[in-house]
Design a protein around this ligand. Structure first.
Ligand SMILES: Nc1nc(=O)c2c([nH]1)NC[C@@H]1CN(c3ccc(C(=O)N[C@@H](CCC(=O)O)C(=O)O)cc3)C=[N+]21
Length: 288
């Protein structure tokens, strides 16, 4: 049996089209154009491509975007000054600080400096706390994109065993906490596995829903997957100039019930959710 492919690219395109109509309605009701400010520090070419894609998505949704580019020798205090200016600029609704940052800059300090109402990545502890308590202001983009694809593929999460491999603050940890919430697309029994987990294969083979968010190619091999499981591949690893996920796709395709490809799976959904959050941020900051 070959797994069903979960098409993130097509789903994201549909969400983006829907968003464009919501943005047009918001603009006509309020006269305000949602505006995402992207902050890019240093000269990582992959980051530059991602930021360009995010700006393109803004344009196609009818939202404004601005790019704030700083050199690789930028100091933390220069970056904090820029963030303070964007926090204070009423025409900016969302602030995205592209990661990773150069090593002289402390990521946590910088992300904590983004004012919570403009925190469209949902990285600020206030927003993470609200999400964990089941009263989200924003949802973190990549986990929200995964959850949307899982639900839309017809996979019923309630009561199922979800295994999340990876405990990053950006994907693994919030993904697990979203899947354990009460409600639609959640109510799962969740295990978080990570680099110190013993018997990873034994645990992952128990997963009805397996989410790979490690950042290392071929972390999930066919022997680690329960036949018929839903497999979500969050990895974006560049190998010989080619983008691959964390899952041995060709082999797992023959075992899983459904699987997201890389590219064309979670990645485009991450951007679609960032666009949703930008509209949400504009609503939160606009009198109605
Ligand atoms: N503040 C911040 N927020 C992020 O959300 C963030 C970040 N920093 N730093 C880097 C990671 C990575 N990330 C991706 C987004 C989209 C694709 C994506 O659209 N990928 C396409 C392919 C793109 C290509 O070919 O390179 C796909 O999978 O089909 C990938 C990766 C967001 N991140």
């Amino acid at each position: 049996m070959t797994a069903k492919l979960i098409d993130g690219k097509a789903t994201a395109a549909r969400l983006n089209a829907l968003l464009a109509t919501k943005v047009a309605e918001f603009k006509s009701q309020t006269g305000v154009s949602p505006h995402l400010a992207a902050v890019l520090v240093g000269d990582d070419p992959a980051s530059a491509v991602y930021v360009r894609n995010k700006q393109r998505s803004c344009a196609s949704a009818g939202m404004l975007s601005s790019l704030h580019q700083l050199g690789s020798a930028t100091t933390q205090s220069e970056l904090l000054d820029l963030i303070a200016a964007l926090n204070a600029d009423a025409s900016v609704h969302g602030i995205l600080v592209q990661l990773p940052l150069p090593k002289q800059i402390d990521e946590t300090t910088v992300l904590d400096a983004v004012t919570p109402l403009k925190d469209v990545d949902c990285f600020h502890p206030e927003n993470v706390g609200l999400m964990v308590q089941g009263r989200p202001r924003f949802l973190p983009c990549t986990p929200a994109g995964c959850q949307y694809l899982i639900t839309e593929s017809g996979f019923e999460t309630a009561g199922k065993h979800a295994v999340v491999i990876g405990r990053s603050e950006i994907v693994g940890k919030p993904m697990a906490l979203m899947l354990v919430q009460k409600g639609r697309g959640a109510d799962a029994t969740v295990t978080i596995a990570h680099s110190r987990t013993k018997n990873l294969a034994e645990i992952s083979r128990q997963a009805d829903l397996l989410i790979a968010a490690v950042g290392r190619p071929n972390t999930v091999t066919a022997d680690m997957v329960k036949p018929g499981a839903c497999v979500i591949d969050v990895g974006t690893n560049r190998v010989d100039g080619k983008l691959v996920g964390d899952v041995d796709f060709a082999a797992v395709l023959e075992i899983a019930g459904a699987i997201t490809p890389v590219p064309g799976g979670v990645g485009p959904m991450t951007i679609a959710m960032l666009m949703e959050n930008t509209l949400t941020a504009a609503r939160l900051q606009t009198e109605s």
